[in-house]
Design a binder for this molecule. Structure first.
Ligand SMILES: N[C@@H](CCC(=O)N[C@@H](CS)C(=O)NCC(=O)O)C(=O)O
Length: 227
């Protein structure tokens, strides 16, 4: 009899990147152990498993480590082939990779910086973020998910917009994503978070809000000490 597979995720409960990995494993029905990391005091296992970036998430499959959420998603899809998350056809497959990288390289950073800056710098990041969200809204169009009728690589990659961005906007007191400007994305968010498998993996919104509120307080306190 084959030995049971060992699948562990080194994670941080509030991280949208850990969420990606856990959602993909859940969609595939792969049982896994979640190993919570203290990012202020990283474990020897994390440091040994991702010595270059020293970041979560890391997937450990039968003792072998894979870092970086987008790479982990592809590894998961290639290893557990039921319920594919990448399209089969080479062109669609390439474009799914393109959009997930666009989300990471252009959109998430602009949204994140819009929430943690002020004044002209904030305006600049908000413009960049809106331009990215417009592109994503157009790309999604009238489809239910970026992956068509089911959640795929781009939906998983975009999960930051489904929960984290709303929480960050609330903390920052800004509005980036709204139904008037981005109707397709807002419809997508509703459908995505209503999906059972997503609900089971999402961190509690109130806990996430508390984490980011205290981060904001810490930043404000530092500033008042400086000035
Ligand atoms: N590009 C990475 C980003 C991962 C990331 O930023 N992880 C953060 C937590 S949300 C982390 O481990 N930070 C610890 C550090 O920077 O020291 C991915 O997609 O996996």
């Amino acid at each position: 009899m084959a030995e049971a597979e060992q699948v562990k995720v080194l994670r941080f409960w509030a991280s949208p990147w850990s969420f990606r990995v856990e959602l993909a494993l859940k969609l595939k029905g792969v049982p896994h152990e979640k190993v919570e990391e203290d990012l202020a005091n990283k474990s020897p296992l994390l440091l040994a498993s991702n010595p270059i970036h020293k970041k979560i998430p890391v997937l450990l499959h039968n003792g072998k480590a894979i870092p970086e959420s987008l790479i982990i998603l592809e590894y998961i899809d290639e290893t557990w082939t039921d319920n594919p998350i990448l399209p089969k056809a080479p062109h669609e497959r390439g474009m799914a990779r393109f959009w997930s990288r666009f989300i990471d390289d252009k959109c998430v950073g602009a949204c994140w910086m819009s929430c943690w800056t002020e004044g002209e710098t904030q305006q600049m990041f908000m413009e960049q973020a809106r331009a990215c969200l417009r592109i994503l809204d157009d790309e999604l169009g009238g489809r239910r998910f970026f992956g068509g009728e089911s959640i795929g690589l781009v939906d998983i990659s975009a999960s930051f917009f489904a929960l984290w961005l709303g929480v960050l906007q609330e903390v920052a007191g800004i509005s980036l994503i709204n139904g008037e400007e981005f109707p397709n994305l807002c419809r997508w968010i509703e459908g995505f978070v209503a999906s059972d498998v997503v609900t089971e993996c999402l961190p509690p919104r109130d806990k996430l809000l508390a984490v980011f509120q205290s981060k904001k307080q810490a930043i404000l306190a530092t500033k008042s000490m400086v000035y």
